[in-house]
Each structure stands twice: as C-alpha cells, then as structure tokens.
Design a protein around this ligand. Structure first.
Ligand SMILES: [Fe+2]
Length: 227
C-alpha cells in the first residue's frame, strides 16, 4: 500500500517549484560551460561545470526529502537554454541574474530566520515575541528575532539557516560525537538573552553588503547604453 504523504499541499507546491529552479540552474550552468569552452575560457568552463553539478545535487536533496516523507517527487520539463553568450561578462551577468531571481523566490517563502522558543523560556528571560535575542554558544554569537512557539519544548530553541545575515553557522561548532564521528553542525548548546540590536558582526556585514550593492548599482548605471 502506498505511504500517505506527510507534507501539506502548499509545502509540496513550493518544493516542486524548488526542484524546477534547481534543475533550471543545473541546465543553465551546463549551457554556460559549453559556451565558455567555445570561447576558450577553460577555467571558467570548469567552474560552471562544478556549479552545474552542485545545482543537480541540490535538486536531488529536495527529491530525496519528498520521497522520504511519503510523497513521490515529480521531474519537471526544463526549457531549452538558448541565451547567447559572446563574452565572459555575458556568462557572469546571466548567472548572477539567475541567482538573484532564485534567491528572491526563496525569500518570498521565508522572509526572515527567527529564533523559535517556548513561552516558558521567553518569560524567564523577559523576552516578548518579535524582540531581538542574542544567542551565544561556545563558538560565537548572533542575534535573531524571537518567535514564541508551542512547537518548541522548554529548554530547546530552533532556527532556520537561510539568510546570511542571521549567521546560524556562526554559533554551531565543528565537534563530532566520540563514537561515530557524526558532526553536530546542527545542534549546539546555547544561552539566549534579550538584546537591543543585531550583533557587531551582523552590523558590519549589513554595512559591507549595502556598500557592495550600491557599487553594483553604480556600475550597472555606468554600463547602460546612453540614449
Ligand atoms: Fe541550488
């Protein structure tokens, strides 16, 4: 008897769309690698071949997840790649635009990484829903918005690690368990406290990122053909 799926239709639709997006990127980077080989950029060709296989890997992870939760992943048709690439700059511009579009699509599903915690832990630390909370581990610290949730048990907090500004990887350690050497990348002991603003590294990161975006906008304006 087929297994009943464990995910709801909205999540399923998002994951189907993500499979399409990853396969699209896989095909696009293969296309760019072919075009760059034709132009004689062998180093860049190799780079895009590597990117193409990692996009396929991403697709397989989503496929594996869907199948594991009792669904059956659909394999979509991917449109033929036809963008003309006549320089290395064309290839980079196309790849950049695709990455930005995909990132925006993902952000639409999930706008911010929050720290989910139980009402009991929040109350004990004077934390209200939406407050900035500092999370400190043996490895580092970051600051996220609090989301009080009954999905959490007292004593356990949880966050996603989608946005670079959140920096969930800053607090996890490189330790592994002594018996199997299984890494604990996703689990770590932390303390949580109410704070008034993002951490110092996050403020530096945001300022750096804003400067980079402004430079990019300026460069684009300069490159626009004058009418
Ligand atoms: Fe990807």
């Amino acid at each position: 008897m087929p297994v009943k799926t464990l995910i709801n239709p909205k999540v399923k639709a998002n994951l189907d769309a993500a499979i399409h997006a990853e396969l699209f990127a896989h095909n696009l980077y293969l296309h760019l690698a072919n075009q760059l080989q034709r132009l004689g950029y062998f180093g860049a060709q190799k780079f895009f071949l590597g990117e193409s296989s990692s996009e396929r890997e991403h697709c397989l992870r989503i496929v594996g997840y869907l199948n594991d939760v009792g669904d059956c992943a659909k394999v979509p048709a991917i449109e033929a790649m036809s963008d003309k690439v006549s320089s290395l700059e064309d290839a980079i511009e196309l790849a950049y635009r695709t990455e930005v579009t995909l990132y925006r699509d993902y952000v639409a599903w999930h706008a911010e990484d929050c720290l989910e915690l139980h009402a009991h832990d929040a109350e004990a630390r004077g934390i209200a829903d939406g407050d900035w909370v500092g999370i400190t581990s043996r490895a580092g610290e970051t600051v996220l918005r609090a989301k009080i949730s009954d999905r959490m048990q007292p004593g356990v907090v949880y966050t996603t690690f989608h946005h670079p500004f959140s920096g969930a990887n800053v607090i996890t350690t490189e330790n592994s368990d002594w018996a199997t050497n299984c890494p604990e990348y996703k689990i770590t002991a932390v303390e949580v406290a109410r704070v008034s603003q993002p951490s110092e590294w996050q403020q530096r990161y945001r300022a750096f990122s804003e400067v980079q975006q402004a430079l990019l906008r300026e460069r684009r304006r300069e490159a626009e053909p004058t009418r």
